[in-house]
Design a protein around this ligand. Structure first.
Ligand SMILES: [Zn+2]
Length: 207
């Protein structure tokens, strides 16, 4: 079983058929093995739902479809799922957006929040608007992307002390983090229907 196959992406839907996550095949098979998910399979724009055993049977029937769609185990070939549907209650989408470096970059659209210019990720720092020495917290409201020159200019001061100004007041974004990146780049055609729905249901920041 190759590592490459196991890293294939699988879209995860919650029980309301809303896209909530993307996982690799390995994780998808774990969820299926624990009976925490079903496979959704698109065929001619309709969606069929399979439980794990049904999916194994279906894999056997569809073996002629080309090797790239399958994962090879000792006993049989199993078709790679593209979408799974969660069946367990505790896997409803988390609306809570994680405070991560990645999500701060996404929120600030890779723009320095002082000069407004767009930068490559590795050229941006995370800046405490109110410096830690002044009691500034590491939080959505006090962390922004900043380019190296702006960061050096501001140093350990408040923005106005350095004669600088934020282009936007930082706050916690309302969107779910995975949606914006995956919508732009779906791994399979079968995902589109669910990503369209996810896209239109994303809560937008006002203003
Ligand atoms: Zn800058």
């Amino acid at each position: 079983m190759s590592e490459f196959v196991l890293s294939h992406q699988v879209l995860v839907l919650n029980r309301l058929w809303q896209a909530v996550n993307v996982v690799d095949v390995r994780r998808a098979f774990c969820l299926l093995a624990q009976d925490h998910a079903r496979v959704i399979h698109e065929e001619d724009e309709t969606f069929r739902v399979f439980n794990t055993m049904e999916w194994f049977d279906f894999s056997r029937e569809s073996e002629k479809d080309g090797d790239d769609l399958f994962i090879h185990t000792v006993r049989q070939k199993i078709r790679l799922p593209q979408i799974i549907l969660l069946t367990v209650f505790d896997k409803l989408p988390s609306k809570e957006l994680k405070f991560t470096r990645n999500n701060v970059f996404e929120r600030d659209k890779h723009c320095c929040q002082y000069c407004g210019k767009k930068f490559d990720r590795k050229e941006l720092n995370l800046d405490h608007v109110i410096p830690r020495d002044y009691g500034g917290k590491t939080s959505w409201e006090n962390i922004v992307c900043s380019c190296v020159p702006c960061n050096m200019r501001k140093a350990n001061r408040l923005p106005h002390e350095a004669g600088m100004r934020l282009i936007r007041e930082p706050s916690k974004p309302k969107w779910r983090p995975f949606v914006s990146t995956i919508v732009r780049n779906p791994a399979y055609k079968s995902w589109r229907h669910f990503l369209d729905v996810a896209y239109w249901n994303v809560e937008l920041d006002e203003g």
